[in-house]
Design a protein around this ligand. Structure first.
Ligand code: ADP
Length: 293
């Protein structure tokens, strides 16, 4: 299966939110990484058929997705940034309600299967209003997967989750990613480091890079440095240099930074990670870190 974006452009009045976005995706987990305002939700909403592009097209195996209509929607699963649920419904009732709307075959079995997959079988009868953020996200995934979609869109799926829930969620995504085209929009690097087959870097509505996570990291080899410093010196360095952060190894303080040349005599070359890619591409990595740790 081939999902092709051809010069997809979206303009909201003066604002160019997507600028000739072109890429071809096949099966696997594809991460759309970019800071807030990069255009990720705009792209996800266009792909989900909820928003019309200003120009350009998206096709699936050569057929325009708008022209495909219901055939396309039947292949699609979408988890928006904030899935809205009826608070008074139980998890089971929520899934059942949507399964009826989507005409899911063997409804009961499918719902049980999904509840099991997202580990909510014990909470199937509980009101969604009493669910934690993580449970709601898991229910959102179950909902997006009800119709066994070939294309699964996840918009900031780990927003608001604690570190444990994030890990559980990552494992779930790698488990369900097989045989599907999963597109996961995020600004959190740790969400995708270990599970994505490719990473698309989106900045100001433009695709500025695409590779595997390892490939993107390799491009920075020889450019990432750790400079040993006192805590006070490090604070000063950070205040003056945006592209840097403080790391600690074995009780010692280092300033971790990007530079084409050795930034200080005592600087040590470091192994580039995806957070460095984020810093290099978007200028600041503080947003890219898992807020909860
Ligand atoms: P992201 O999901 O990466 O945070 P968005 O797709 O939400 O980015 O937004 C991309 C840009 O388009 C931002 O500058 C945002 O302010 C702007 N934008 C998004 N939706 C609208 C809208 N309905 N009207 C005007 N501007 C919008």
């Amino acid at each position: 299966m081939e999902l092709k974006f051809d010069s997809v452009t979206k303009r909201y009045r003066q604002k160019l939110a997507l600028d000739s976005f072109s890429v071809t995706l096949t099966e696997g987990v594809h991460a759309l990484l970019g800071p807030n305002g990069a255009g990720k939700s705009t792209l996800m909403n266009i792909l989900a058929g909820l928003l019309a592009q200003t120009s350009g097209s998206i096709s699936l195996d050569g057929r325009d997705i708008i022209a495909m209509g219901a055939d396309y929607r039947a292949m699609l699963g979408f988890m928006p940034q904030e899935p809205g649920f009826y608070k008074s419904f139980s998890a089971f009732e929520t899934l059942d309600y949507y399964a009826v709307l989507r005409d899911v075959k063997d409804r009961r079995e499918r719902i049980d299967e999904m509840l099991c997959l997202v580990n909510l079988q014990e909470d199937a009868k509980r009101r969604v209003g009493s669910f934690s953020g993580g449970m709601k996200r898991r229910l959102g995934i179950a909902l997006a997967l009800l119709n066994d979609p070939k294309i699964l869109i996840l918009d900031e799926p780990t927003a608001g989750l604690d570190p444990k829930e994030r890990i559980r969620f990552r494992n779930l995504i790698s488990q369900i990613g097989l045989g599907k085209t999963v597109i996961l929009a995020t600004h959190i690097v740790s969400d995708i480091e270990s599970i994505s087959d490719s990473v698309l870097l989106l900045k100001d509505g433009r695709l500025i890079g695409r590779d595997t996570a390892d490939g993107l990291c390799r491009q920075l080899e020889g450019m990432v440095w750790d400079i040993p410093m006192s805590a006070q010196e490090a604070e000063r360095y950070i205040a003056e240099n945006r592209c840097a952060n403080i790391v600690k190894h074995g009780g010692e303080v280092f300033v971790h930074t990007l530079s084409q040349v050795r930034p200080a005599e005592k600087a040590l070359l470091a192994k580039p990670c995806l957070e460095d890619v984020y810093m290099h591409s978007f200028g600041d990595s503080s947003e890219a870190r898992d807020a909860a740790g």
